[in-house]
Design a protein around this ligand. Structure first.
Ligand code: GAP
Length: 487
């Protein structure tokens, strides 16, 4: 059994052992901050993505989904500001050559101080850091590090370089002939694929403002400090929605999406007490308001989703760089003037959640180690993933008690009936108790056992993952029962 401090390490090991997440290119000793999803992880990730897609595009009749390419015209990133502004202030330790993100280094120091009871110093340091970051005062940040004698974790020295900016975008070449090739970027956010398609979607979909365009897909960032498993990766997946609104109404929609998105996260099983809002002090170059919905991860409160009021910045920038008019004609009547709103560049409220981060929240809540005393006085234990039924990778395990007497044939009949409707797993090897434990460990909410009584009265035993209780039900009712729980 893991204790509080190593529960996160136990979760990472569990993800590997049960086919959820592997280190990328593990046989070559791995690639830092890049991960592969295994057979169970890929299915869980798809189920989370499907829930998001449904909640956006099916449950909102004014939101549609697209799938834009990862490669985009290089001018996109000039227009969006990413070429010039998408960077983090970093600092290197001259003795160890280890590079740190300045905010992470200072936050780490503040956390240490807090743990030592120096709450006031911790809070003052964070307040000072926020102000310096907001003012882009890099000399001030270096001074803050030096004044507090913040040391490198490796060299234990305070010998720092100047604070410098590093762009986070990955670049590559497009074109087969070297001389004719052009530098392009791997997108650092999916949002720009939505902005450049604004007119295509608005016109072909005859969308009326307010409306949204949603998209899920890979994004790439050359994170210098990548850590905490899949929390901060170099290749990750975003689920973003840009909501286009009338200028002046953006704060009302910002409030709306702030509330809606927290509600949705709660509907995915995240307890309200583990979610909180954090308003940005330093706003991104495109925003007039921004906040994070933070989650209490096993390693502390961290950003899970961003809600950003992006003004008309992106559409206007693309209009300027492409020389194509990107506007919307609003023929609704403005009651204050009695005239139609007419032509304008819409404002945008964005919701942006990392799929991998959401996956991590769900896994960290689901992972439970249980211990109990049995009726005969002996101890028993299990590791169980209490993943919400609607997103569990496998819904039902179908287990013949024995590999003979016609029990596998009956089990396969049930498998054929159920697999059209939800993901099932069939297994006949090992003792039944061992098979139940394996299903607990991968988070399968229901197991059905076919035994000799099944042959007599067509009933089976259904076992519930979370309570481990069992009951006898008619085999013909199993599919409906599971479907009812998924719904
Ligand atoms: N389009 C706006 C945007 O990209 P962001 O706050 O940089 O905003 C949005 O990213 C979300 O994407 C974050 O809240 C986080 O969940 C996820 N994300 C960002 N960088 C990530 C990384 N390196 N690894 C995993 N997820 C990341």
């Amino acid at each position: 059994m893991a204790n509080e401090t190593n529960i996160f390490a136990a979760l990472i090991a569990h993800c590997k052992e049960y086919g959820y997440i592997f280190q990328s290119s593990e046989i070559y000793d791995g690639l830092a901050a890049v991960y592969d999803y295994g057979q169970n992880g890929a299915q869980l990730k798809k189920n989370i993505r499907d829930e998001w897609w449904k909640s956006m595009t099916q449950l909102n009749d004014n939101i549609v989904g697209i799938d834009a390419a990862i490669f985009m015209h290089p001018t996109t990133w000039k227009a969006s500001g990413h070429v010039d502004n998408f960077s983090d202030p970093m600092i290197d330790n001259k003795d160890s050559n280890k590079r740190y993100r300045v905010d992470h280094l200072i936050e780490g120091f503040a956390e240490e101080q807090k743990a030592m009871g120096n709450e006031q110093l911790a809070n003052d340091t964070i307040t000072a850091m926020d102000a310096l970051l907001a003012a882009n005062d890099y000399a001030g940040l270096k001074k803050l590090i030096e004044d507090n004698k913040i040391k490198c974790a490796l060299s234990k020295t305070c010998n720092w370089t100047e604070v410098r900016e590093f762009n986070l975008m990955f670049s590559t070449q497009i074109g087969s002939v070297a001389e004719e090739s052009e530098t392009i970027y791997l997108r650092p956010e999916t949002a720009q694929g939505i902005f450049v398609n604004f007119l295509n979607v608005q016109k072909t979909g005859r969308m009326k403002i307010p409306f949204g365009i949603a998209q899920t897909g890979k994004a790439f960032r050359n994170e210098i400090v990548a850590r905490q498993f899949i929390f901060r990766m170099r290749e990750f997946e975003q689920m973003e929605m840009q909501f286009f609104v009338r200028p002046g109404s953006q704060m009302q929609w910002y409030e709306y999406w702030k509330t809606e998105r927290k509600k949705w996260l709660e509907s995915m099983g995240l307890p309200a007490g583990k979610l909180r809002y954090h308003n940005h002090v330093k706003l991104a170059h495109y925003a007039d308001a921004a906040l994070d919905i933070e989650f209490e991860f096993p390693f502390g409160w961290k950003e899970l989703e961003g809600i950003h009021s992006r003004t008309d910045f992106d559409l206007k920038q693309h209009q300027e760089h492409s020389k194509k008019k990107i506007q919307y004609f609003d023929n609704d009547i403005d009651e204050s003037t009695g005239k139609a709103y007419g032509n304008y560049t819409p404002f945008v409220v964005e919701t942006s959640v990392g799929l991998d981060r959401l996956f991590l929240t769900i896994m960290s809540l689901a992972y439970v180690e249980e211990k109990w005393t049995k009726e005969d006085g002996t101890e028993d234990s299990r590791v169980v993933l209490k993943i919400p039924t609607k997103i569990a990778p496998t819904k039902l395990a179908i287990l013949p008690l024995l590999k003979k007497d016609g029990l596998p044939e009956i089990a396969k009949e049930l498998m054929d009936e159920c697999k059209q409707s939800f993901h099932c797993f069939y297994e006949e090897k090992d003792a039944i108790g061992k098979r139940y434990r394996r299903m607990d460990a991968i988070g399968t909410p229901f197991c059905v056992t076919i035994d000799h009584q099944t042959k007599e009265d067509s009933t089976v035993t259904i076992r519930y993952r979370d309570t481990m209780t069992q009951e006898r039900v008619k085999m013909s009712e199993v599919k409906g029962l599971v479907l009812g729980k998924i719904g």
